[in-house]
Design a protein around this ligand. Structure first.
Ligand code: ITT
Length: 198
């Protein structure tokens, strides 16, 4: 059994990790460590922020730590919201606020791209005792739909339609999303690395 600490307080991420990694892994996240402070995300890339999260938590906890930094890049918005996905509509923004802002920005930009192309990216960093021991990335390409659809998932799932599908991520079941998502792709690489050599 592998023990992993996820350096996140986003319970949606933790649920996806648990479903994708399966029974060989015992997971906990930072919701079980309320005294551990916020990790500042000062990096310029998903990878840098994933490393900041993993390294900071691994200095305080004995387990192998995974940091996840992820978000949505929309080509017509020059890659926004990108690393600012969680706080696109401002500090304390809800998922609905962020989705509404993104759709408003696309309308304001009068994008010629119909439908607008986009991708989710997920960077994962593994760390132990303050040192990075692996970095993994996953990407899923898709388009932004004109109005939110579906109730599954979280974040921008209701407006992201992966290439080759007629449904948004929020219309797919968790197990369908977890076969093709950016996070699933990154986690599968991390899982292989952990099982084979770490
Ligand atoms: P932690 O830093 O505690 O891990 P967070 O939610 O702030 O939690 P990020 O800084 O990595 O994490 O921001 C990720 C944001 O990107 C997330 O809040 C969503 O808005 C979006 N996002 C990432 N993965 C997503 C997914 O699978 N589906 C929908 N939106 C996603």
């Amino acid at each position: 059994m592998f023990q992993l600490l996820l350096a996140t307080r986003n319970s949606h991420k933790t649920r996806e990790f648990a479903q994708i990694l399966g029974d060989e892994f015992a997971l906990r996240d930072l919701t079980s460590a309320p005294g551990f402070g916020e990790i500042e995300e000062t990096g310029a890339t998903f990878e840098e922020n994933a490393i900041l999260k993993a390294v900071a938590a691994s200095k305080h906890f004995a387990e192998t730590v995974v940091g996840d930094d992820s978000g949505l890049e929309v080509d017509a918005l020059k890659g926004a919201p990108g690393i600012f996905s969680a706080r696109y509509a401002g500090a304390g923004a809800t998922d609905a606020d962020n989705v509404a802002k993104l759709l408003a920005e696309l309308r304001a930009g009068n994008s010629n791209a119909v439908p607008p192309s986009a991708r989710f990216r997920c960077a994962l960093a593994l760390a132990r005792a303050g040192k990075v021991i692996g970095v993994f990335e996953g990407v899923v390409e898709g388009t932004i739909v004109s109005a939110p659809r579906g109730a599954e998932g979280f974040g921008y799932d209701p407006i992201f339609q992966p290439l080759g599908f007629d449904q948004t991520f929020a219309e797919l079941s968790a197990s369908e999303k977890n076969k093709i998502s950016h996070r699933a792709r990154a986690i599968r690489s991390l899982r292989t690395a952990l099982i084979s050599k770490l």
